[in-house]
Design a protein around this ligand. Sequence first.
Ligand SMILES: C[S@@+](CC[C@H](N)C(=O)[O-])C[C@H]1O[C@@H](n2cnc3c(N)ncnc32)[C@H](O)[C@@H]1O
Length: 260
Amino acid sequence: MLNEEKIIADWSADMYEIDETGTEDVEFLLSRLGAEPKHILEIACGSGRILVPLAKAGHTVVGLDMDEAMLGKIPAKAEGMSNITWRTGDAIADDWETGYDVVVIAGNFLMNIVSEEGPERAQQVLLEKAKPALKPGGMLYIDYNHTFYPEQWYVHPGERVIWQGTDSHGTRGRMLLCDSTYDAATGLIRSTRRYELETAAGEKIQKEMPSVKHYVSLEQIYIWLSEGGFRIEKEYGDYAGNPIGETTGRAIICAAVTEE
Ligand SMILES: C[S@@+](CC[C@H](N)C(=O)[O-])C[C@H]1O[C@@H](n2cnc3c(N)ncnc32)[C@H](O)[C@@H]1O
C-alpha cells in the first residue's frame, strides 16, 4: 500500500533543503554565541541547517526534531564530526536533556510547532521547558518571524504555491497554502496545506491538511519568559541588529536564566 505520509515527508524534506538555504540567521546566531565553545541544544533542528554550522564552528551540539525525513539530511552534512548528535522526539511531549549553555529555538519554530497541545499552549510549554535544560548562567536564544500587523501578514484568500519540484526519489508536484485567515480575538491563523504529488511510479497523491498556528505577541513572550525564569538580555528586530520596530520582520531574543 502507498505510504502517503512517508512520501509527503520525504518530498517536503527535499523541498525544504532546496528552498531554505538562508544563512543570515545562522551567522547572526554564531556572532551572539561568541568564540568560546558552548554546549548547545537546538529544539526542532530539522535538517541541520542551523545545527551543523554551529558544530562546524566548534560548539558541541544536540538536535531534537520529530521529523525523521528532516533529520535524515544531517548525517551527510555532519560526516566525520564527533561534536554533533541528534535524536527523534516531540519537543513538547518529551523530556529534554539538561546541562546546556544555550538552548536555541530558531528557524521560526515558535510559529510552526506541531503538537497535540494546540499552538498557543505548545508555545508556552516550549518556553517553560527551556530553563530546566540550561545550566545556571545559560542562555535561551529565540528567533522567529514577528510583525505588529498580523492581519497584514497572515490573511491570504485563495491559493499560494509554497513548494514546487521533484525530490531525490523522483516524486514531483507542489504544496499549496489555501485560504489563510487570522482571528484577532484568539490570535489563531488557520489555513489548509494541500499536497499534489505524483511518485516516480505514477501514483498520485492529493492530501489536504488543516493547519492552525498561533500569532504570539511580544508582550505574551515577555510574560512567558519572566514566568519561565528568564531575564531578557538583548533583543533585535533583524540580522543587522536593529531594534524590533514597525519595519523589522523578526524577533530575536537572548534571554538569561535568572538566579533562584
Ligand atoms: C521550519 S522547520 C525549522 C528547522 C530548523 N530549525 C531550521 O531552521 O532549518 C520546523 C521544524 O520543526 C519540527 N517540529 C514541529 N513540531 C515539532 C515538535 N513538536 N517536536 C519536535 N520537532 C517539531 C519539524 O519537524 C521541522 O523540522
